[in-house]
Design a protein around this ligand. Structure first.
Ligand code: G3H
Ligand code: 13P
Ligand code: ZN
Length: 324
């Protein structure tokens, strides 16, 4: 099975009331952990690569590693550009064999976002085979490569804009802002309440009213959620118990993501949770084995936790298991 685009995957996910996990990758162990987890769960999967990942690992390595994962697992896998900032990076990825790209001009004015997205769509759809395009309306708080949006400066997607945006751009899926944000600190403590028993932060709920309104205006159209790590306490606790200092890290509760996946959300982006799992495995390893210095030993433990969290996401959050 060669790399595939998102078209058929999203059609099935929409109808089936589940979402596909879009996991960020930037090294071999992360690619292996994600795709082995997906294989064991009989799940389709999206591997996404940011501009930062391309800079870190070099595009050719990433492409070859993802091709190796396709060969190793036989799974339908999408190779997707995450947060493409301009036409040039999208074109470069399309020319380089990506099967899906995101053009993210969400921080630009509406007309400019439309114009650049339209240009990417024209190029991607003329490609043989057809490359699918994701765009974004609304802005999320957090850091993506060089763009930093402070908490408080994010803006929710305006549902009254979505039909015009999709019609004029011809885009295949749309990322919307309903209260998620990038990174492991998704909500400021003052936005949250505290669980009296555990002392942990409880975040405000996502804006399901916006998702509902968007999907009413775009029936059958696949919606994407960025910034959707849940910051699972298990890995935060392991990190903190082994020399880390992640105070008040908080993510999106899993049951809200599950609810979104049952609605129009067909793609859920997860990066921070993999970073936390990898870090937990490595920190734990070093404390237990201070004498070790073979990277296979400690990165191997990180990889095992990444695989564990991806399996958990697929079966308990996304619902994409047994959907091949
Ligand atoms: O949305 C952003 C992703 O978490 C990628 O992060 O740009 O640091 O690779 P990165
Ligand atoms: P997280 O930081 O919540 O994992 O979000 C990742 C993301 O949206 C990548 O595009
Ligand atoms: Zn994102």
């Amino acid at each position: 099975m060669p790399l595939v685009n998102t078209k058929e995957m999203f059609e099935k996910a929409y109808k089936g009331g589940y979402a596909i996990g879009a996991f960020n990758c930037n090294n071999m162990e992360i690619v292996q952990a994600i795709t082995e987890a997906a294989k064991e769960c009989n799940s389709p999967v999206i591997l996404q690569v940011s501009a930062g990942a391309r800079k870190y690992a070099k595009p050719v390595y990433l492409k070859k590693m993802v091709e190796a994962a396709v060969e190793d697992t036989g799974l339908p896998i999408v190779l997707h550009l995450d947060h493409g900032a301009d036409f040039e990076i999208c074109k470069d990825c399309i020319d380089g064999g990506f099967t899906s790209v995101m053009i993210d001009c969400s921080s630009k004015p509406f007309e400019e976002n439309i114009a650049i997205t339209r240009k990417v769509v024209e190029y991607a759809h003329a490609h043989v085979p057809y490359v699918t395009v994701e765009a974004e309306l609304g802005t999320l708080a957090g850091i993506e490569d060089d763009v930093k949006v402070e908490h408080g400066n994010e803006s929710y997607t305006r549902p009254e804009q979505v039909e015009e945006f999709v019609r004029r751009t011809g885009v295949d899926s749309l990322a919307i802002a309903i209260g998620t944000s990038h990174g492991a600190y998704k909500f400021r403590p003052e936005q949250c309440t505290r669980d009296p028993k555990t002392g942990r932060l409880v975040p405000p709920p996502l804006r399901f009213d916006i998702l509902e309104e968007v999907s009413k205006r775009l029936p059958g159209f696949p919606i994407v959620l960025h910034g959707s790590s849940s910051v699972n306490q298990k890995y935060v606790d392991i990190i903190n118990a082994h020399g880390g200092a992640l105070k008040d890290a908080v993510g999106v509760p899993e049951e809200q993501l599950r609810q979104a996946a049952r609605m129009a959300v067909c793609k859920i982006n997860i990066d921070s949770d993999l970073r936390l799992a990898m870090t937990a495995g490595i920190r734990e390893h070093f404390e237990a084995h201070p004498e070790h210095f073979d990277p296979r030993q400690y990165i191997g433990d990180g990889r095992a936790y990444v695989k564990e969290i991806v399996k958990h996401k697929i079966t308990e959050v996304l619902g994409s298991n047994d959907k091949l």
